[in-house]
Design a protein around this ligand. Structure first.
Ligand SMILES: Nc1nc2c(ncn2[C@@H]2O[C@H](COP(=O)(O)OP(=O)(O)OP(=O)(O)O)[C@@H](O)[C@H]2O)c(=O)[nH]1
Length: 345
């Protein structure tokens, strides 16, 4: 089974929740009898719950469960408090105020759907407990009027709905933040293209998909005499030129092509399902577009040299492809720059 970072996080969260349940039960068993006299049934049920929660804890620790199994198990572990609820006044029990925590836990561990399902199960249980309230015992011998029971159910349902909505918003924010972090991790901050890490992630995937019938092409694109721009006009103007070249390349390529900043003034474009013959035409277009443009307010001329290669049907690796394209690029540089050079091997 492939274990993702999310699975690890869910696993860790579930363990913490079960640990808290165990600690709460131990506190209830040890401390509560000292504070007031309680019916022995409570103690027995709490001891059984403690045993079940401990077994459950070790089952979770032993292996990774998928998020549905975790959510169901979590609900089951929280339902351990149900026998206690039934003998302590149902919705009127002080324990009932644990219930609204459950949809939030389900959202954190499972997701929106799990939180929704768990919330609806709890609301149904509360409605049933209110309708059949007369059959619920209260070993503490408290008397509750129907009005009080209904009003408690009302507030419990409201808090459970609140908890479901909160869980949903929390997850949305969390997902947005993690997506943003993921993007930032894979993006070059200056040009907003993929960075080296982003490139290798996409490149591996594309190479896996490539077959003999439809090879991919790769080009390394290097700005010519870029050092001179920096030296004569400063780093800031150099940066502006990099951004403009990046934009031209991105806009001229097709939707499925991948473009990344490989480092310094070097870019890599991956053209899936593209032969070297088709790639030469695309590379020529890129070269022409960059050379026809002028850069920054100083209207600087810039050119690029492109080294191009095609994936081989067998024993191909990302490193080998890049090496071939790099060799072609340096041949292009030696031949005078502002040109497209195809790899020989
Ligand atoms: N402004 C700016 N310059 C950068 C950045 N990264 C690298 N450079 C510069 O890019 C220049 C690359 O110079 P060289 O590798 O000598 O290449 P070149 O001058 O383009 O010469 P050829 O590639 O042979 O045509 C260096 O001066 C680097 O300092 C950056 O993020 N911003």
């Amino acid at each position: 089974m492939h274990i993702t970072k999310q699975d690890q996080l869910n696993h860790m969260l579930t363990l913490r929740i079960v640990e808290l349940t165990i600690v709460t039960l131990i506190c209830a068993i040890l401390i509560r009898p000292l504070l007031s006299e309680i019916h022995p049934y409570f103690l027995w049920i709490e001891l059984i719950d403690l045993a079940l929660a401990t077994v459950f804890y070790f089952i979770i620790r032993a292996g990774f469960l998928d998020k549905w199994k975790i959510s169901i198990s979590l609900t089951a572990s929280n339902l351990l408090i149900l026998p206690l609820l039934v003998i302590s006044g149902g919705v009127n029990s002080q324990l009932a105020f644990f219930l609204p925590l459950i949809p939030i836990m389900a959202a954190l561990i499972g997701g929106r759907l799990e939180s929704l399902v768990v919330g609806f199960i709890l609301i149904t249980a509360i409605i049933l407990a209110t309708v059949f309230g007369d059959s619920i015992m209260d070993l503490n011998d408290h008397i509750y009027s129907d009005e009080k029971t209904i009003s408690r159910s009302f507030w419990l349902i409201i808090t459970i709905v609140f908890s479901m909505i909160f869980g949903r918003f929390f997850l949305q924010k969390y997902t947005e933040l993690t997506d943003q972090l993921k993007d930032e991790n894979l993006q070059d901050p200056l040009t907003k293209l993929l960075n080296r890490r982003g490139l290798s992630l996409h490149f591996e995937k594309e190479l896996d998909k490539t077959n003999t019938d439809s090879p991919l092409s790769l080009m390394i694109i290097d700005i010519d005499y870029f050092k001179k721009i920096n030296d004569f006009h400063g780093h800031n103007i150099g940066d502006l030129c990099l951004i403009e070249v990046a934009n031209i390349l991105k806009n001229a390529l097709r939707k499925n092509d991948i473009i990344a900043r490989f480092g310094g003034e070097e870019f890599i474009a991956i053209l899936p399902k593209t032969s070297k013959i088709e790639a030469i035409t695309i590379a020529e277009t890129l070269r022409r577009k960059v050379s026809e443009n002028t850069y920054s307010e100083l209207e600087l001329p810039l050119t690029i040299t492109l080294g191009l290669t095609e994936s081989k049907p067998e024993n191909e690796t990302t490193l080998k492809i890049i090496k071939r394209a790099d060799k072609a690029l340096y041949k292009g540089k030696n031949k005078g720059r502002n040109r497209v050079e195809l790899s020989e091997d």
